[in-house]
Design a protein around this ligand. Structure first.
Ligand code: SF4
Length: 363
């Protein structure tokens, strides 16, 4: 992939020609990376703020420009059915196609749009993979912002990462186009997708996005064989209506299957949504109950340790398989990823002790 010097006023990163872009006769470029499908005119950027039309060619301006790098427990993503107890080398660039008013990472997600770029660390794909291995990671997680917006950089890391035996994980708002999912499917092992609600008006008003595209991406990843876990942040008065949650969880069961883990997460005031209280524990319990009634077999409650609802039980016989206290995991699961009582496989990826990347069959 060719590179040009890209020390624009907005970023200290490099720029590479954007994948999935189509130049029009008038020099505008249609981007096909995320579901916004921006028509970007010359000299302008797309909604994410990090894809720029320079003389009729669209560039990703964040290639090799990390703004957040950390080693995280895989449970923090959260991914509860992928290599439990391991750690993920986690990275992000700036930018996001969503404009969530409750964003917890708004400094890096919204920085480009707000004209305030966060400090950038030049990090080559080769160096990222080397650091992940040196630090004992089991996986590389593309996270903190919607990773689709740094698709070229993610692919450049993911390919050698997979070759080195690392898992690749997307922590995503679910806005990749089918074409982007087609590119990612070859290297992605698992994704946690934020399904922020089940009301298109909420998505439009609070996130600057559309529900239908998130549902399409969920189905696209599922069809591509990527292991999926889904997270819903329950915000008081916004998306906690029981009827809406019933619809959401019934959709998960019907389209992704009853063993898809659903993470109900507690909201705390952030960014431009400071006028709401933290989610009452009773609302979280009610949401979890709705999910179970819909038929979901693995419902977890996050950001609420007092509820202790983060353990994994066997779907076949209800034996405790994985107990979680904070980010500590206490494993009862057999070394081969099966239930020690009934022998049923736990659904997920890389569940056997020391397992390489690859699917584990459901029981
Ligand atoms: S990645 Fe999405 S938001 Fe960014 S330019 Fe492309 S279509 Fe627009």
């Amino acid at each position: 992939m060719s590179m040009i010097s890209a020390r624009s006023k907005r970023t200290a990163g490099e720029a590479v020609p954007s994948l999935l872009s189509t130049t029009m006769a008038d020099g505008a470029v249609r981007c096909g990376v995320c579901a916004h499908r921006c028509l970007v005119r010359s000299g302008r950027t797309g909604i994410c703020g990090v894809r720029e039309n320079r003389d009729g060619v669209l560039y990703s301006t964040v290639y090799g420009a990390a703004v957040a790098v950390a080693m995280d427990p895989i449970e923090k993503k959260p991914l509860f059915h992928v290599a439990p107890g391991s750690r993920a080398y986690s990275l992000a660039t700036a930018g996001c196609p969503f404009h969530c008013v409750f964003c917890q990472n708004w400094e890096i997600a919204q920085g480009p749009r707000l004209g305030a770029w966060p400090p950038v660390r030049a990090l080559s794909p080769e160096r990222a993979v080397a650091e992940a291995l040196e630090q004992g990671a089991r996986a590389v997680a593309y996270t903190y912002v919607e990773p689709t917006i740094f698709l070229e950089y993610a692919l450049a890391i993911a390919r050698p990462a997979r070759a080195a035996g690392l898992l690749n994980l997307f922590i995503t708002d679910g806005y990749a186009t089918p074409e982007a999912i087609g590119l990612l499917a070859a290297v992605l092992d698992a994704a946690n997708v934020d399904l922020k609600g089940f009301d298109d008006a909420f998505y439009r008003r609070r996130c600057g996005a559309r529900l239908v595209h998130v549902l399409e991406a969920l189905e696209g990843y599922h069809r591509a064989g990527v292991w999926l876990e889904v997270t819903t942040l329950i915000i008081p008065g916004e998306n906690d209506d029981p009827a809406e949650l019933r619809e959401l969880t019934e959709w998960l069961v019907a389209h992704l299957g009853p063993e898809t883990p659903w993470h109900v997460s507690r909201f705390f005031p952030a960014f431009r949504m400071l006028d709401r209280p933290p989610t009452p524990l009773a609302s979280l319990l009610r949401a979890a109950e709705i999910g179970r009634e819909a038929g979901l077999r693995h419902v977890y409650v996050g950001n609420a340790p007092e509820l202790a609802m983060e353990d994994t039980y066997c779907v076949g016989c209800d034996t405790l398989l994985l107990a979680r206290r904070g980010y500590q995991v206490f494993r009862q699961l057999s070394d081969d990823g099966t239930c020690p009582t009934c022998g049923r496989h736990m659904a997920g990826r890389a569940l056997a002790q020391g397992a390489a990347a690859g699917p584990v069959p459901c029981g």
